[in-house]
Design a protein around this ligand. Sequence first.
Ligand code: UDX
Length: 434
Amino acid sequence: MKITMIGSGYVGLVSGACFSDFGHDVVCVDKDQGKIDALEAGRMPIYEPGLDTLVADNVKAGRLTFTTDLKSAVAGADAIFIAVGTPSRRGDGHADLSYVFAATQEIAEAIDGPTVVVTKSTVPVGTGDKVEAILRDAGHAADAVAVVSNPEFLREGAAIGDFKRPDRVVIGTEDPRAKGVMQEIYRPLYLNENPILFTGRRTSELIKYAANAFLATKITFINEIADLCEAVGADVKDVSRGIGLDNRIGRKFLHAGPGYGGSCFPKDTLALLKTAEDYDTPSRIVEAVVAVNDTRKRAMGRKVLHALDGEPKGQTVAVLGLTFKPDTDDMRDAPSLSIVQTLLDAGVTVRAFDPEGMEAAKKEMPGITYCRDAYDAATGADAVTIVTEWNEFRGLDLRRLAAAMTGKAMVDLRNVYAPADAERAGFRYTSIGR
Ligand code: UDX
């Protein structure tokens, strides 16, 4: 199959590289010449484990190329995937579809034969209909150009594994020819017996939002239960395990923490709320999830302040982990942003370290000190807080960490350490829901 991927950001690049690894001919398109130059030189625009080798191998095999020239890339394509950004629209939280529609317009002008246009970007229900309308207005008939929804469920940091061994692939189309093309594209997954769900296009679009909203709800639920655990003297890790072992509930996404962040959950929950409102079926549950999660991030900053001995003003806090989760350099909606701001507002000096996120963090948070490693960040600090559970923070030499500090407070917002171990190393230890 010849596949064109429009947009070489996170989703486009990972999907394009994985499709080429399946044996397809893939060309990834992006407007950003700098990005394309970097990719051609083997430099990845994002940090994702395994992506650089996957790209290099497939470029070498001649199956993966990069270009800024959309017209030539679209010529002769069996399928054209739209994987451009759909950020929250400033002001109202609706998904901003301007990039999707602009890409569709360009595709409409470039298509030179029968093909399938696939939306991989996360788009609100009904977007496929609008994409289709643009193509029909440009003179492309339904029997020549079909429009399919094929949402992605990749997690940053685990994206390649998620793509190659997905829990499921969702494909929204009623068009038999398009169905055949999509089947061919995902054939290697069929061979591995990964479930592929064919459904209507609107249903497929909604599945993506419903999945993310459900996961966000699960996290927010356990976060509230964690607060209750603290109040009544229970242990949230055991509560998670105790409920998660029930197959109807499931163990995943029940880790209490500082609140969810990232490029998907915050934006997609908001967009779902907007769609629900537009159709007069408001989602009270998701509304509550969004509000509770927003409040939680600043509350976590206050939790750190409370752990300090005495008046926070003038004290120093070491923040370990800035990205919204480990194995990514992504700072979007990271809890660290609210936590650090709360500390700064209280007159605290912040020393921070993150293994991959410091370049991005510096742009968002110029007013803090960036350190070499965890021990450097802890030097002279009154408290240390673990905000992101990077592997290298799971096995810290706690005695060495404590010895570098002036104070002895540790606020473990990811429940990485056993309370007894931290206390043995000399810490006054607080965590989440224990
Ligand atoms: C998510 C979805 O998992 C993925 O299917 C979708 O395609 C994009 O959005 P991602 O944002 O990469 O992926 O990260 P994920 O691992 O889902 O974590 C999201 C946030 O939830 C992070 O801030 C993480 O720390 C938090 N989280 C996750 C918890 O606080 N507790 C958990 O148990 C799980």
